[in-house]
Ligand binder design. Structure first.
Ligand SMILES: [Zn+2]
Length: 350
């Protein structure tokens, strides 16, 4: 059996649009709504929302016994305004595992509670080389050593509050998306790349008039980066859950930007051996380029569901993302491999 052809232009276009929507955890509605709108182009999908705001798409398969689920998340790292400082700058509180020097000097938006956006950039408090000399390099990057410099004439807390800014406002960092020679460079490829892969797989199957072998639920999760995204939203009768999330690339890792990866163990321990073996066999049968790897500092939405009591086999696959939670990069080859793997799984009979 050959896999349906993937529309890689659609994949990249979907991904670039999604990357450009700010969606720090807790403030991901715009991104969820975008995916909901895109999914509504596939009439066979039954779309619902969880009370938590995640998107659930169900597709009736050729068989309804032993239903399956796949999940990917649209929420990303970001921050909240923690404090308006006496000098009119903002101290932030991180959302998720944000790497502070990864966003140093980055442009950002403060999303006010009135729904407006105020522009700024995230700087070291002592940023000027001509004023602070060697200290600029030597300072350890911590939340209290860094601040948002607003692009507004403000020099005290009152002037900042007059802009509508308050403690608890969400802050999103510019994704800086670039596509060059098949490489996609952006913040938050984790996990928007995998949401794009799921959408592309659904499109490919739809266009060839095929249905998944089993009824399948897609959960587009919105609280993954803080650890409890898929704790709810997966139907309790699901037998298997394939988490589609980034693979960790770096020294000592097998994963790279040109293969998809099967993660067999991360910080939460081993994944389900039987389901992992099944995914390996599907990749072998369909000549999908893949690696097998262990991620040292990593947790997934599949584990969130396990911890919440989900009685289900869980496995994890995804594209290799270089410099994850930092200024990330991957290659189209890795995204195509991931999409094909999802397709092979959706079509698999046993
Ligand atoms: Zn992720």
């Amino acid at each position: 059996m050959s896999l349906p052809k993937i529309d890689s232009d659609y994949l990249v276009e979907f991904l670039v649009k999604l990357l450009n929507l700010p969606s720090p955890t807790g403030f991901a509605e715009e991104a969820v709504a975008f995916v909901e709108k895109e999914f509504s182009a596939f009439p066979q999908l039954k779309l619902t929302r969880t009370r938590k705001g995640a998107l659930v798409a169900t597709w009736n398969g050729k068989r309804s016994d032993s239903p399956r689920a796949l999940t990917a998340h649209v929420d990303t790292l970001g921050a909240m305004v923690k404090e308006i400082k006496p000098n009119g700058r903002l101290q932030l509180s991180r959302i998720g595992g944000l790497i502070l020097n990864g966003v140093e000097t980055e442009g950002c938006w403060v999303h006010t509670s009135k729904g407006e956006r105020v522009r700024g950039s995230y700087m070291l408090n002592m940023a000027s080389g001509h004023v602070y000399g060697a200290k600029v390099n030597e300072t350890t990057r911590t939340e209290d050593a860094m601040e948002v410099r607003l692009d507004a004439r403000v020099s005290n807390p009152k002037e900042v509050r007059d802009l509508g800014i308050g403690v608890g406002d969400f802050v999103s960092f510019d994704p800086r998306v670039e596509v060059t020679n098949g490489f996609i460079r952006s913040r938050h490829l984790d996990d928007k790349a995998c949401v794009a892969a799921l959408a592309t797989a659904i499109k490919a199957l739809t266009e060839t008039g095929q249905s998944p072998a089993r009824t399948v639920t897609f959960l587009i999760s919105n609280y993954e980066e803080v650890g409890h995204g898929a704790a709810t939203g997966i139907p309790s009768d699901v037998h298997e859950l394939v988490t589609v999330d980034m693979a960790a690339v770096g020294e000592g890792q097998e994963s790279d930007e040109f293969h998809a990866t099967l993660c067999v163990k991360d910080s939460g321990g081993p994944y389900h051996h039987g389901l992992s073996q099944k995914l390996r066999a599907l990749a072998d049968e369909n000549q999908i380029p893949y690696k097998v790897d262990i991620y040292p500092y990593y947790g997934s939405d599949g584990e969130a569901f396990w911890r919440a009591g989900g009685d289900v086999a869980v496995a994890l696959i995804g594209p290799g993302i270089d410099a994850s939670h930092n200024y990330e990069r991957t290659h189209l080859d890795s995204l195509i491999a991931t999409t094909n793997w999802v397709l092979a799984y959706l079509l698999s009979e046993s």
